[in-house]
Design a protein around this ligand. Sequence first.
Ligand code: XMP
Length: 317
Amino acid sequence: DWTPDSFIETTIAGLKEKLGDDKVVLGLSGGVDSSVAAVLLHHAIGANLHCIFVDNGLLRKDEYQSVLDSYQHMGLNIKGIDAKQRFYDALAGLTDPELKRKAIGRVFIEVFDDAAHEVQDVKWLGQGTIYPDVIESVSVKGPSATIKSHHNVGGLPDFMKLKVVEPLNTLFKDEVRNVGKALGIDPNILGRHPFPGPGLAIRILGEVTPEKVAILQEADAIYINNLRSGGVYDKVWQAGSIFLPVQSVGVMGDERTYENVICLRAVESLDGMTADWCHLPYDLLAKISNEIINNVKGINRVVYDISSKPPATIEWE
Ligand code: XMP
């Protein structure tokens, strides 16, 4: 019978046999899949697993440091790379969502490839691929699509010539969570909402600037913290805030303001393919709106997205 413990035992034994003394590089994202894959590999080969965690400057507020800390607590051999400026430079002047995605994918591959080169004699690329990723042959927006388009343009980056090891490629998401739980991984990592690879860049409509990222991070942190303290975070499949390229008039004291709008989004879903907007309590929305407008400079209006998928999508870009 399949149990998380039996899976862990046979997988670790299999990885030991397959990998021997070989070195593996793996990119961590802070998400569930790559974290569980890393911990399994770590149990099998210890410090021969070299994890890489890239700060693309598009993560949630304080996320880079807190995720890095929790990986270090788990004993993983991890290297954090601050590549914020490279991503911001690549995004400067871009407004088209697909061009933004391509730029982010390209820079990620460059940064990851540089880091992988620093691991002497590495033989394998570890990945957190799960079963639905395997069967979903056409991923329209995922990172693999980015890698494919890069592949069409030029040669393969060196890390893509490595052999691939994917310990989770027979599992569904809920099984991955159960395995992660049995491995003792931080519930904060296992319970996380899905977060897109291009991060806040596709939640800032139009051009991304470090200033807009900073504003969105502040507003989003207020939103997510209130979902947690209000006891609804775990009932929501995915939530996030969007920085709209719209300015509207407001008043602050005796002064007229002319500032940006933040949109809040929260959906219920099973797999992201379809989604319903969440009926968050009005008093919670009121509290979040007040906190954002009173504390985040540059925002004077907050709206809530009441669209479901289809015909809308979860993200705005
Ligand atoms: P949409 O907006 O298509 O999103 O309804 C469905 C799910 O996919 C995530 N998403 C992405 N994930 N790279 C990713 O890794 C992307 O470019 C991307 N675009 C959307 C989205 O957050 C939601 O969970």
